[in-house]
Design a binder for this molecule. Structure first.
Ligand code: ACO
Length: 428
């Protein structure tokens, strides 16, 4: 394999180093290209740009492979607890018994949020989307913990901030839903594990005993693991780029939550279920909606289809599709939206338009149906994604700070007006 790449520009040949990752991914290191040649590279949407070297997640879009720290997503989703996966992503290895116990204890210790924050919730409009509330609340945490403002203060301080955020996000997420429904906030129960505690804070009411169904807890655990990291996607790149200015973890993750909210990214899970409901209400004519998605004059896209990197299948979607069948079966739910989703998938997968563009169902295609079966309201779907993605954002932010990466600052190619002379307004 070549150790350098040759590039010919203006009649001169330049040699650039080649970098090969542990899974044999190859890159041309262009970091000195501008100094050497005066040229930069142009890659809108970073479709072909490696923004960093990372040891957290490996993804092969052609083969449909996803590994966290070397462990396959299939094994982790089948066997692990979400909190173990969080530890694995953040600290690099699966915890032993003592490490896991200490990690759980530390998270439990920090699940409460400052009482003053409750007043913030009251200030939001009654129909406030929980993603907007969550993003603001996470940013607000920095104002309560000023010692977090310098991310490089000490490893202990950094660790405390990480544990606080992991512990408080489910509380803030559940309360953002309670705010939407104007139901009383439920305080965390620290004898419950991470997933059960969140479901309790979401669904319990002070007036009645709430039993959390273990089937629901298991399904939620699996969904969180499947969402836990996905290398340099839109929200994670946002977290890294915000963090690269030495912004604190809370601000960086708050920015990631905002990026995730967009319908082309995590917001797609809400859009998928709304799309399936529209198709159902319209009589369930799947062919009509597939035709709309193919029509370039029509802005409609098949939500939950297509992915920037998966061009064969999304391994998470494969696991979720099976989980979806199992869960609906166990809970005895018969959802007509699942039938529409299956028909839509079949029609699209056999259609030339979708085949030619390698468009396959992504993780969001089936997750909404499971969330719906678990009783989670539509506006909360992307919040669920954010809870799952948190360990990934934290791990990526931590790696970036530890590697002392430079501030993220892409170049551009200017295409606007060239030098013009100012003319006073009376003379224009
Ligand atoms: N429905 C119909 N056509 C589509 C779809 C879709 N869902 N997705 C892509 N296409 C078409 C595009 O129109 C384009 O066609 P063209 O070559 O004729 O112009 C071609 O496929 C390539 O699409 P791009 O938008 O260029 O691909 P990109 O990699 O930039 O976008 C994205 C990927 C944003 C995920 C896109 O497929 C999409 O909008 N999907 C629907 C939203 C969605 O499900 N997002 C969730 C992604 S997973 C996640 O973030 C967790």
């Amino acid at each position: 394999m070549s150790e350098t790449a040759k590039i010919e520009l203006d009649g001169k040949i330049y040699e650039l180093p080649v970098f090969v990752g542990t899974e044999n991914e190859k890159a041309i290191d262009i970091s000195k290209l501008r100094d050497l040649t005066g040229y930069v590279t142009l890659d809108t949407g970073y479709k072909n740009t490696g923004a960093t070297k990372s040891a957290i997640t490996f993804l092969d879009g052609e083969e449909g492979i996803l590994h966290y720290r070397g462990y396959s997503i299939e094994q982790l989703a089948e066997k692990a607890a979400f909190i173990e996966v969080a530890y694995l992503l953040i600290y690099g290895n699966l915890p032993n018994k003592e490490e896991l116990h200490a990690f759980r204890q530390s998270i439990c210790k920090h699940t409460l949020v400052h009482e003053d924050m409750k007043q913030f919730f009251e200030a939001y409009p009654s129909k406030a989307h929980p993603m907007g509330v969550l993003s603001s609340m996470v940013a607000s945490l920095a104002t309560f913990y000023p010692e977090s403002l310098d991310p490089n203060r000490s490893p202990e301080a950094k660790n405390l901030t990480i544990h606080r955020l992991l512990a408080k996000l489910p509380t803030l997420a559940a309360w953002s839903y309670k705010n939407l429904t104007r139901h009383p906030f439920m305080y965390p129960r620290n004898e419950y594990d991470y997933c059960k505690n969140f479901l309790y804070m979401m669904f319990a009411m002070p007036t009645e005993e709430y039993q959390v169904d273990p089937v629901v807890v298991d399904a939620f655990n699996k969904l969180l693991i499947l969402h836990a990291d996905h290398e340099q996607n839109c929200s994670t790149s946002t977290v890294r780029i915000v963090g690269s200015s030495n912004a604190n973890l809370y601000s960086s993750v708050s920015a990631g939550i905002s990026a995730l909210w967009g319908p082309l990214h995590g917001g797609a899970n809400q859009e998928v279920i709304e799309m399936l409901e529209r198709i159902h209400a319209d009589g369930g004519n799947v062919d009509k909606w597939v035709a709309k998605a193919k029509d370039k004059e029509d802005p409609f896209r098949l939500m939950g289809f297509g992915h920037r990197v998966y061009k064969n299948f999304d391994p998470r979607a494969k696991i979720i599709k099976k989980a979806c069948d199992d869960i609906l079966d166990k809970l005895g739910v018969n959802d007509p939206l699942l039938d529409i989703a299956k028909k839509l998938e079949k029609v699209a997968l056999e259609d030339e338009y979708f085949k030619a563009r390698n468009l396959y169902p992504n993780v969001d295609f089936y997750s909404g149906i499971i969330y719906k079966a678990l009783g989670i309201p539509t506006e909360m779907f992307t919040v669920m994604f954010a809870i799952g993605r948190l360990p990934g954002w934290i791990a990526q932010w931590k790696e970036m700070t530890e590697n002392k990466e430079p501030i993220g600052r892409p170049r551009q190619i200017y295409t606007g007006q060239t030098n013009r002379q100012y003319v006073p307004v009376e003379e224009r």
